[in-house]
Structure formats: C-alpha cells, structure tokens
Design a protein around this ligand. Sequence first.
Ligand code: NAP
Length: 314
Amino acid sequence: MENLYDVVIIGAGPAGLSAGLYAARAKMKTLILEKERVGGQIVTTNEVVNYPGSIKDATGPSLVARMLEQSEEFGVERKKDTVVDVDFTQKIKVIKGEQGEYNAKAVIIASGAKPKLIGCPGEKELTGKGVSYCATCDADFFTDLEVFVVGGGDSAVEEALYLTKFARKVTIVHRRDELRAAKSIQEKAFKNSKIEFMWDTGIEEIKGDGIVESVVFKNKKTGEVTEYQANEEDGTFGIFPFVGYQPLSEVYKGKINMNDVGYVITDVEMKTNVEGVFAAGDIREKSLRQVVTATADGAIAAVNAEKYIESHFE
Ligand code: NAP
C-alpha cells in the first residue's frame, strides 16, 4: 500500500511534535502533517514562563525549534498539507489532504485550536490591517501607537503586558468588571503604568478604510455607546482580540466523538471512541490547555498508538 505509515500525526504544535518524538523513538514510521507553519499557537507567544525548564528569554518559537530538531533527529517525516477529509472506518485509516492521501495504522489528531473572533462588524475585514491575533508577530507594527486588547483571560493580560514593550499605551477592554486571568498575571498588569482598563465594555464595530481608524464601544451596564477615533498624528491604532479559542476539529465531525463545542473526547490514554485514533493537545476536551499538558498528551498518545499497532498488526 502506498504512503502507508505506522502513525500519522495531524498537527505540528507541541502535542504533535512530542507525539512524533515518542513515535519515532519507538521506531515507528511516523509522518507529521502540518497545514501552515510548525509550532501551533505557541509560536505566537513570546514568553513561555511556565513550561518546566523554560528559562528566562525562552520564546515560543525557540522552544518549538528545539522540539522540531529533536523529533527530526529520530527520523520523523514532515509534510505541509491541509487535511480535508478522513476515513476512519477501516483498520487502515485514510487521511485525505489537499496534496495527497496518507494511510496509517494509527492516527494522532493534534490539530489544536484557533483564536475565537469577537464577531463584530469590521473585525474580519480589518484583520492584518490593525486587527491582530498575534502580539509576538505584530507588536512591532504598533511601536509608539495605542493598542486595545480585548478579553480578560490569561492570554489577553499576558499579551497586553508584552505589548507594553512596544505600544505607547495599552487598554484592556473587558466585558465584565473583573479579570479571569490568574492573580499573578493580573497583579503585573495592575502595576504596569502603560496599561489602562475599560471595564464592562464590549466592541460593537471596528471601522476603517483599509486600516483601523476607529472602534465603537458599548458599556454593558449603562448601554452607552462611544466611538474612539485614532489620534490624528497616528492615523491608526491596534486591536488585539484574545477572547478564547475554538478547536480545529471540523473535519472530524461525525467521525469521532466530540463535545458540543467541538473538543474531541478521549480517555486518559488519549484514545478516542474509534480504535486506532488518538487525540492530543488543545483539541481535546480537558481542563488545562498548556504546552506542558500538550506535550504530555502527545507522549501518552504515541505510546498507546505503539501498543495498539503491536497488538493489532503483524
Ligand atoms: P479564556 O480563559 O477563555 O478567556 C477568554 C476571555 O475573553 C474571558 O475574559 C472572556 O470573558 C472574554 N471573552 C470571551 N468571548 C468574548 C467576546 N465575544 N467578546 C469579548 N470578550 C469575550 O481564554 P484565554 O485567555 O485565551 O485562555 C485559554 C486557556 O489558555 C486558558 O485555560 C488559560 O488559562 C490558558 N492560558 C494560560 C496561560 C498561562 O498560564 N500563562 C497563558 C495563556 C493562556 P469572561 O471572563 O467574561 O468570560
């Protein structure tokens, strides 16, 4: 059979790279498919402070580069392809990509999650034109400008802190009057003189002709609607929504069990309801989505994929 692998891993974030390392070390013929760029969401984060062994100045991209190098040393194959369909009904699983078809004795789904949109008019149109979901990638464009960060979770507050290194002023716009972020992260933000807060505030619309020029806020308590215009000299400002994530599981709908918002359900061995199909990392239904839990998931999935192959194939 052409293109037959022991394990095909879908996604090259920390979960997929860790699964790749473990699978290849176990001498399984392993392929990692990645649709865009290696690294997943962690490459959009500058600081990685809570991954054990990650010391000062460790960045998301540098951590991923080391993970990649390590997995490749053990012979993991990598291909850039977008998975458009899967057939998990037979013993040999079929993964259909835009570029080709891959067959696998076991599959590990590690395709992660993507940022959720605020969902207001103008957001999509002005993405890349003042609206950004990646502070690490785009902070530099906002050097000495004003920036609004939307959300009150760990991502919003951490990225706001990072943005203060570039922007003149960072305003965290949150729909409630208290943050969801961890207390330690909150404290740093409250102490930072460049950070201001707009509480109980939603974004109604983002406006601009080819570049962000104004944003319409609505106070959730009073109902008051205000429009903020870019400072005349600046001509623009930044909007960074960090309002959570959604799993990239559309392609597996109806093929494996998932919860009502699309997170894949597995047991503690990372097994899905389909024999030979495993899931790891942020795409799983779980309580803590971090690099450390993603890499752990990847390792567990690969070890159990190996056990599955040993017991089901000659
Ligand atoms: P999150 O914890 O789900 O927080 C999303 C934030 O956005 C919340 O404050 C939420 O408001 C707000 N929000 C949601 N939908 C909105 C909308 N349509 N309009 C405006 N605001 C909206 O997401 P996250 O901060 O991205 O974190 C995701 C996971 O990654 C969490 O488990 C987090 O702990 C983890 N994480 C950890 C770290 C770290 O440990 N250093 C860093 C980043 C992320 P409400 O509060 O009102 O719901």
